[in-house]
Design a protein around this ligand. Structure first.
Ligand SMILES: CC(C)(COP(=O)(O)OP(=O)(O)OC[C@H]1O[C@@H](n2cnc3c(N)ncnc32)[C@H](O)[C@@H]1OP(=O)(O)O)[C@@H](O)C(=O)NCCC(=O)NCCS
Length: 294
């Protein structure tokens, strides 16, 4: 088996290999070339720091490394079902960690879906430690009219402003949450056509929600509450959003399970679809003679 940098492969080959390694994955996430191209751009994946494990003509597994200021992120790791438990995953991880070290990145992050025991064990064995649980939440479109009691119980919004892409990016500069890699500003800055709603409630609550719309779905949902009860203002912001877009399904990725805004998502009709465990590993600094001066 040989480890070959991902730059040696086409996006078609990498997308196909990814799909083959995830054929039996707990959450189906099929990849197309367009999606992979987008993924690489939005999440700062560096193909020169990413690799494929190859035997003969066959790609046995792949792994990718995202690189941002002062941190790395391991993603898309997978081994063909027939190639598992033979050390391929460990070799891919060693390549990615070494690439991070060569880049001088002091920490490497990753996430593992709750219940994915093989991957969790692999990362535990490599000294990754758990930081927090992240919720991937969904909300189906709600065509049902609200009952009078529900209407009365809703926090009243007295002011709503809609912001375009540029204004949304400015809003995000002052966010106070601790976003996971997927939702960090470096990701959102590369997403086209972001929007946001900024709301005030009658009892002095203030908050905002960012989003991206498509015909069927709202994505890139990030909420911040500036004043008032975090859950109540979150609910008010999300209800306002879903009044604007009543027919779209919504997905909010990687909400910290302990965040005070999560109950507000639930009150707005979101449910916990699955959870990810975020993990981090400090990287020992390079010895002087290991440094890559090229
Ligand atoms: C997770 C995955 C990449 C591991 O690849 P692999 O090539 O089988 O891993 P290795 O053979 O190098 O195993 C390394 C360690 O991982 C752990 N591990 C791997 N498979 C395991 C299993 N089925 N049960 C428990 N631990 C397991 C063990 O600690 C193992 O060390 P050991 O063999 O000394 O006990 C592989 O199972 C896979 O591709 N799964 C589907 C995709 C996926 O989950 N990707 C990760 C997303 S976060």
């Amino acid at each position: 088996m040989e480890l070959i940098p991902a730059t040696e492969f086409s996006l078609e080959e990498l997308a196909e290999a990814y799909n083959e390694t995830r054929i039996d994955y707990i959450i189906p996430m099929p990849m197309t070339v367009e999606r992979l191209r987008d993924y690489i751009s939005v999440y700062d994946v560096e193909l020169s720091c990413s690799c494929a494990a190859v035997r003969g003509d066959e790609i046995l597994g792949i792994g990718m490394l995202g690189v941002r200021q002062g941190r790395g992120w391991i993603t898309r790791l997978g081994v063909l079902p027939s190639g598992r438990r033979q050390g391929v995953g460990s070799h891919l991880m060693a390549f990615l960690l070494d690439a991070a070290r060569q880049r001088g990145l002091p920490v490497v992050w990753l996430e593992v879906i709750e219940g994915n025991n093989p991957a969790h064990e692999l990362f535990n064995g490599l000294n990754f430690r758990e930081t927090r649980e992240l919720i991937v939440a969904r909300r189906p479109p709600n065509f049902r009219a609200l009952a009078p009691g529900e209407l009365a119980a809703r926090p009243r919004v007295r002011n709503v402003r809609t912001l375009d892409h540029e204004a949304t990016l400015r809003l995000l500069e002052n966010r106070r949450d601790e976003p996971n890699w997927l939702n960090q500003n470096e990701s959102l800055q590369k997403v086209a056509d972001l929007s946001s709603l900024v709301i005030e409630t009658v009892d002095g609550g203030q908050g905002w929600v960012t989003f991206k719309t498509s015909l069927l779905r709202l994505t890139r949902i990030v909420v911040d509450v500036l004043a008032g009860d975090p859950a109540a203002v979150t609910t008010a912001a999300l209800q306002t959003l879903h009044e604007f877009f009543p027919t779209q399904d919504a997905i909010a990725e990687n909400i910290p399970a302990k965040a005070a805004i999560w109950p507000g998502f639930q009150d707005a009709g979101y449910f916990d679809a699955f959870r990810r465990i975020e993990m981090v590993r400090p990287m020992p600094p390079l010895e002087r003679d290991e440094q890559d001066f090229g």
